[in-house]
Design a protein around this ligand. Structure first.
Ligand code: GTP
Ligand code: MG
Length: 219
């Protein structure tokens, strides 16, 4: 018989660090509509990126256990600037405007795209980009553009499948395998794909723990 208590304990304490970090107060720090407005930050940052309406703001709310910290909406294009949230003085959570489809003018989309791309490429404290992908839709051209850019800039990114409550398990599994195969052809190694539902609380504890580990590594 094998003794399972060791790894189980390790996992419990791993999840506990995530719980502790995300139990801390989380406060809106700044919203930047231009590069000049980006806040000075000594803290490690994790950015939430992905197409409009994929669930970026909802995921920040689920992680922090707050319903209204980041504004969410049924209408794509809700988040219109880069929003920074300070999590207990340990980590900045960065909510980005969505790329791709949004019910706003082309001019606005171009402005956001420039802002987001410049932020993603040039932010020294940016430790990881969470690239959110709707589990029903998979990777789109705009996601691959972001991945290409991050590969070139050597910024680490992790695919987070969202809204898994709306798909069946076998579809999510085959999508995950397809994306894994695609990631394997890219230059750098990537953290494991994570399956989440902000609505049902799926994958939230695990993501908290991963982000806590990143924040701790940075000291
Ligand atoms: N079923 C389900 N719906 C979700 C989930 N997460 C988000 N949604 C819904 O998806 C819609 C968009 O969510 P947001 O969090 O505003 O999406 P966003 O990516 O921040 O959108 P933009 O700011 O416009 O780029 C809202 O109606 C949410 O209620 C989920 O896990 N499951
Ligand atoms: Mg949003």
């Amino acid at each position: 018989m094998t003794d399972a208590s060791g790894p189980a304990d390790d996992n419990a304490s791993y999840l506990e660090t995530g719980r502790l970090l995300f139990a801390k107060e989380c406060q809106f720090v700044a919203g930047a509509a231009t590069l000049e407005m980006l806040p000075e930050s000594g803290l490690t940052e994790v950015a939430f990126s992905g197409r409009s309406n994929v669930g970026k703001s909802s995921l920040i709310n689920a992680l922090t256990n707050r319903n209204t910290l980041a504004r969410t909406s049924n209408t794509p294009g809700r988040t219109q600037q880069i929003n920074f949230f300070d999590l207990g003085g340990k980590l900045y959570l960065v909510d980005l405007p969505g790329h791709g489809y949004a019910k706003v003018s082309k001019e606005k989309i171009d402005t956001w795209t420039d802002l987001v791309n410049n932020y993603l490429r040039g932010r020294a404290v940016l430790r990881r980009v969470l690239l959110l992908v709707d589990a029903r839709h998979g990777l789109k051209a705009t996601d691959r553009e972001v991945m290409d850019m991050l590969d070139v800039a050597a910024v680490s990114y992790q695919i987070i499948l969202t809204k898994v409550d709306k798909s069946n398990k076998s579809d999510v599994k085959s999508l995950t395998q397809k994306i894994e195969a695609e990631l394997a052809k890219r230059p750098a190694a990537h953290p494991e794909i994570l399956l989440t539902s902000s609505m049902k609380g799926i994958g939230i504890e695990e993501l908290r723990a991963e982000l806590a580990a990143l924040a701790e590594e940075a000291g």
